[in-house]
Design a protein. Structure first.
Length: 225
C-alpha cells in the first residue's frame, strides 16, 4: 500500500512540474497572438489562459507530457540525440497536439465566432509547431531544476546544471513568476478589442439621448414651428 502511495505522489509531483513548465513557457506567447493576431478581447484571452491552465492541471498536461515521453521512446530519441532531431520531433508533436485541443479551449472560454476560432486554432497549430521546440526544452529543464530528472541535453548550460537543488528550485519559481508578469505587460500594452466598440456604443447612446431631449424641448416650447 505504501508503495502505491509513493508511486502516486511521485507521479502527481511530476505532473505538476511538467504542467507548470509548459504554462510558464507558453502562456505569454499565446496571450500575445490571441489579442494581437486572432483579434480576441483581453477578457476572452484571459479566460482561455485560465481554462487552458485548468485543463492542463486537470490532466491535459499529463497527457501531453506522457505522450511526448512515449513518442520520444518510439522514435528512439534521448537527451544524447542530436538537437536537430529533438527539435523536429517536438515541433511536429506540439503542432498536432495544439490542433486537437485549441477549439474546445476557445469554445469553453466563451468564443462563439467560428471564424475567430478557426483563426485562433490555425495560429495555435502554427505556433505549436514553432513553440514545440522551447516547450519541450522547458519540460526537460524544469524536471532538472526540481530534481525530477537530470537534463543532459547539449543546449542545457553546465553552470545551471551544477547548481544545488535549492538554487534550481528558486530559479524555477522565478521563471513562473516572470511568465505571469510578462502576460500582464502584454495585456496592458495591447488594446482591448472590445474597448472601441463599447466606447462607440456609449457615445451613440449619449448622442441619441441628447437628441431626444432636444426634440422634447422643441416640442414643448414650440420652437419647432
Amino acid at each position: 500500500m505504501s508503495k502505491s502511495i509513493e508511486f502516486l505522489k511521485k507521479n502527481a509531483k511530476k505532473h505538476v512540474i511538467d504542467t507548470t513548465a509548459m504554462l510558464t513557457e507558453s502562456n505569454p506567447a499565446f496571450a500575445a497572438f490571441e489579442v494581437g493576431i486572432a483579434g480576441m478581447s483581453d477578457d476572452v484571452s484571459i479566460k482561455s489562459r485560465f481554462v487552458a491552465a485548468g485543463l492542463a492541471f486537470g490532466g491535459l498536461g499529463l497527457i501531453y507530457a506522457r505522450g511526448r515521453d512515449l513518442s520520444r521512446r518510439l522514435f528512439k530519441i534521448t537527451d544524447q540525440t542530436s538537437e536537430k532531431k529533438q527539435f523536429i520531433h517536438d515541433s511536429l508533436y506540439n503542432a498536432l497536439f495544439s490542433a486537437c485541443v485549441a477549439p474546445p479551449i476557445y469554445l469553453a472560454s466563451g468564443a462563439r465566432d467560428w471564424k475567430e476560432i478557426a483563426i485562433a486554432t490555425g495560429c495555435s497549430t502554427v505556433f505549436g509547431a514553432v513553440n514545440g521546440i522551447p516547450q519541450g526544452y522547458a519540460v526537460d529543464v524544469y524536471r532538472d531544476l526540481t530534481g525530477i530528472k537530470d537534463c543532459d541535453r547539449r543546449v542545457y548550460p553546465d553552470y545551471i546544471k551544477r547548481q544545488g537543488l535549492r538554487t534550481k528550485r528558486t530559479l524555477a519559481t522565478g521563471l513562473a513568476v516572470a511568465s505571469i508578469g510578462l502576460m500582464g505587460l502584454i495585456y496592458t500594452a495591447t488594446p482591448n478589442n472590445n474597448g472601441p466598440l463599447q466606447e462607440k456604443t456609449a457615445i451613440e447612446q449619449t448622442i441619441n439621448y441628447d437628441a431626444h431631449l432636444s426634440l422634447e424641448e422643441t416640442l414643448l416650447t414650440g420652437d419647432g414651428k
